[in-house]
Ligand binder design. Structure first.
Ligand code: PLP
Length: 446
């Protein structure tokens, strides 16, 4: 309708004229303009219904518009919204206790932050304080956030434009993509562990405070750890007194079919970094879950960490309700089941779409890697593709968008990480859109 059209353009114009868009050129773009959202769907001011296949930024795990969260948030807001973080609210302790219950081992103490990046910054700071060492080992192709410390920790190409601002004392190591490694998973495990051990020796184990890894890697294209890799990393950490920090910002809270991604690998870290699915975006909140062993050092020593909005009561109330919903609606189990269903459906799609080179997923953290040829594995767009190498993928992305889907398309990757509440029918609806768009990629295969 006319009213819709006028509103939509105004919404977009104001946003583009008066605000700054993340990771994007600022003009000449045509974002979805969202009027409301419910379940797995977004509704544009144009009246278009859009299925969200990446849960926003892999954070809307319980889906949109859940009024149970609204009610919990409003209730807390009416009682007390904000108190200084040196005072305590009831919900702060309740949430800390609940998280201690969910987390394995002695990961019992929560330091609340505002997002993933601020959680990583604080985990890194604490690891250095606790160990008295300065280096942090992290993986190339990982992503840990956009603040200066977090972007320096990451190994994502988004760090390259700000390379001159890098924070010191981050050491990156490589973990090859199993799909593109020719010598089998067993050798990949052996080689990558040996190479990490050598790098630790070169750097000096006594200079290394922590190894920081994603619980399951997401932004990289869901590149997976070889079987047994994280166990080896845990052993290496134990041997040298290096802390192991798992960044569960994307892989946490059911996304991979477990509470945390690392639980697929049978290890327990020393700290867990959380955000995203902790509140599913209903409000911003991050958290560093810290082991008793580390936290107790500060029982009688001042802990030099702090944020005005640490343990914001309304954000904590949102998290409490979101966690209750994961449990009440069995969403963790559901993610595992729907992940299996997705795997089987992608197997079917592989038969008709020669452009599907690989599909990697853990539960509902999934990614298609498109290729021009299955034998040579020539990528549809290379890692860190330049704009002129994105011709086919841009068309694929435009088709997906035009058919009413929001998801991440990056280089040769299409992410499939819908809200954990997704039904089979909704999954089919989304896969049909991707299948239609893949016809464009199929034409570019040889
Ligand atoms: N860590 C991981 C693994 C992430 O995927 C992200 C965001 O995508 C972050 C940290 C950063 O989180 P935030 O954007 O909330 O700072």
């Amino acid at each position: 309708t006319l009213k819709h059209k006028i509103n939509r353009q105004e919404v977009i114009d104001n946003a583009l004229d008066y605000t700054i868009m993340s990771w994007s050129k600022q003009k000449g773009i045509d974002p979805f303009a969202i009027e409301r959202a419910e379940g797995v769907y977004l509704y544009d001011y144009s009246g278009q219904k859009i299925i969200d296949f990446s849960s926003g930024l892999m954070n809307s795990n319980i889906g949109y518009g859940d009024q149970r969260v609204t009610a919990a948030v409003v209730k807390q807001m009416q009682e007390v919204a904000f108190i200084s973080p040196s005072c305590v609210s009831k919900v702060r302790g309740d949430l800390g206790k609940k998280l201690a219950e969910i987390c394995p081992g002695d990961l019992n103490r929560a330091f609340f932050t505002v997002c993933g990046a601020t959680s990583n910054e604080n985990a890194i700071k604490l690891a250095r304080l606790y160990t008295g060492r300065h280096k942090i080992f992290t993986r190339y192709q990982s992503y840990h956030g956009a603040t200066i410390g977090a972007i320096s920790a990451g190994g994502d190409p988004r760090k390259i434009p700000v390379d001159a601002q890098q924070a010191p004392n981050f050491v990156h190591f490589d973990l090859p993509n199993a799909y593109r490694y020719e010598y089998g998973e067993e050798n990949l495990l052996k080689d990558s562990v040996a190479s990490l051990e050598r790098q630790i020796e070169y750097e000096g184990p006594n200079t290394i405070a922590a190894i920081l890894l994603e619980g399951e890697s997401g932004t990289s294209g869901c590149l997976q750890y070889p079987n047994g890799y994280l166990k080896k990393v845990r052993e290496i950490c134990n041997k040298h007194g290096i802390l192991l920090i798992m960044d569960e910002v994307m892989s946490g809270f059911g996304r991979t079919g477990k509470w945390f991604g690392f639980q697929n690998h049978d290890i327990i870290p020393d700290m867990i970094v959380m955000a995203k699915g902790l509140t599913c975006g209903y409000l911003p909140l991050g958290c560093v879950m810290i082991s008793e062993k580390i936290a107790s050092k500060y029982d009688d020593n001042v802990l030099p960490l702090g944020l005005t909005y640490s343990a914001h009561a309304v954000s904590c109330a949102a998290a409490m309700e979101v966690i209750r919903i994961y449990e009440e609606d069995n969403l963790i189990e559901r993610a595992a089941e729907m992940g299996k269903y997705l795997e089987s459906r992608i197997e079917d799609m592989k038969k008709i779409h020669p452009s599907i080179g690989d599909f990697r997923n853990t539960g509902l953290l999934g990614c298609l890697e498109l290729v021009k040829n299955r034998e040579t594995k020539e990528p549809m767009a290379p890692f860190n593709a330049k704009p002129d190498q994105m011709e086919v993928m841009n068309k694929v992305a435009a088709k997906i968008k035009g058919l009413g889907m929001y998801t991440f398309v990056r280089w040769g990757y299409i992410f499939i990480a819908p809200p954990l509440i997704i039904t089979k029918e909704e999954m089919e609806e989304g896969l049909a859109i991707i299948s239609e768009a893949l016809k464009i990629a199929d034409e570019a295969t040889y």
